[in-house]
Design a protein around this ligand. Structure first.
Ligand SMILES: N[C@@H](CCC(=O)N[C@@H](CS)C(=O)NCC(=O)O)C(=O)O
Length: 222
C-alpha cells in the first residue's frame, strides 16, 4: 500500500527517508528506526518519479540516506539500521531462529505483499481516493489466495509467540506492516476476524511503542 500524504518528522535525524509517506515499506523502515531509537525525517517522493528512479533503479520506495550512504531495498536498510544502530537486537543470533526470521520475511515480501497489494489494497485505494468504480472482480479473484496465505501465517503464530520464535524480530515488523493494511479493508478484516490467533497477534504487536509511533492517520482515527 502506498500513498503520498503529509510530511512527518522525528527528533535528532540520523536517517533520511525518501518515499511515499503512507506506504507499507516506508512504515517497515520507520518502525525499525523507532526500535533503534534513531531519529528520521522523510521527504515525499513518488516511486515512479524521475528523482526516485535515480535513487532506486527499479522504481520502488523507500530509499534512505544514512551514515553518508544511499541505500535501497528494505531488507538491506532494516538490517543495516539494526546492525549499525541497535546492536542487532531485532535479529536472532541462534541459527535456527535466524532461518525462521529470514523465511517469514521472504514469505511476507514474495507472496503475501504482492497478492494483497494488487488483489485487494490497490483496488480499494483506487476506489477510495481516485473515486474510480470498485474493481470487486479483482478483489473476488484474489480473496481465496489471500485467505490461503493468511491461514498459513496464522498457523505459524498459533505455534510460536513471534515469527522467528520466542523473541520479537524484523519478521514481526514485516508481517505486521503488511498485514495491518489488509486488516484495514472490510474484506481483510472479515478474513482476519475468523483467524483468532492472528487477530490476537496483530492486537498485541499493535500496542508496541514503535508500531504506535508509526500508525497511519486512518488508524489513529479508529
Ligand atoms: N522490495 C522492495 C519493495 C518496496 C515496494 O514494493 N514499495 C512499494 C510501496 S509500499 C512501491 O514502491 N510501490 C510503487 C510501485 O511499485 O510503483 C523493498 O523491500 O524495499
Amino acid at each position: 500500500m502506498s500513498l503520498l500524504y503529509s510530511v512527518r518528522m522525528s527528533a535528532q535525524p540520523l536517517l533520511h527517508i525518501h518515499g511515499t509517506i503512507i506506504s507499507t515499506y516506508t512504515r517497515i523502515v520507520q518502525t525499525v528506526a523507532q526500535e533503534a531509537r534513531i531519529g528520521w525525517t522523510i521527504t515525499a517522493t513518488p516511486a515512479q518519479s524521475e528523482e526516485n528512479k535515480r535513487r532506486h533503479p527499479f522504481g520502488k520506495v523507500p530509499t534512505v540516506t544514512i551514515d553518508g550512504m544511499n541505500l535501497y531495498e528494505s531488507v538491506a536498510i532494516t538490517q543495516y539500521i539494526d546492525n549499525a544502530h541497535n546492536g542487532g537486537a531485532l535479529q536472532p543470533t541462534c541459527p535456527k531462529a535466524r532461518a525462521e526470521m529470514d523465511r517469514w520475511i521472504a514469505i511476507a515480501n514474495n507472496y503475501l505483499f504482492p497478492v494483497s497489494e494488487h488483489g485487494l489494497l490497490m483496488p480499494r485505494l483506487a476506489h477510495e481516493y481516485l473515486k474510480t468504480p470498485l474493481r470487486s472482480d479483482i478483489i473476488e479473484t484474489a480473496l481465496p489466495e489471500i485467505a490461503r496465505h493468511l491461514g498459513i501465517i496464522c498457523e505459524r503464530i498459533e505455534q510460536s509467540r513471534h515469527f522467528a520464535g520466542a523473541e520479537f524480530s524484523l519478521a514481526d515488523i514485516y508481517l505486521y506492516c503488511i498485514l495491518r493494511p489488509v486488516q484495514l479493508t472490510p474484506e481483510g478484516d472479515n478474513l482476519i476476524g475468523q483467524l483468532l490467533p492472528l487477530r490476537h497477534w496483530l492486537n498485541r504487536i499493535g500496542q508496541r511503542e514503535s508500531i504506535v509511533a508509526t500508525r497511519w492517520p486512518v488508524e489513529v482515527k479508529q
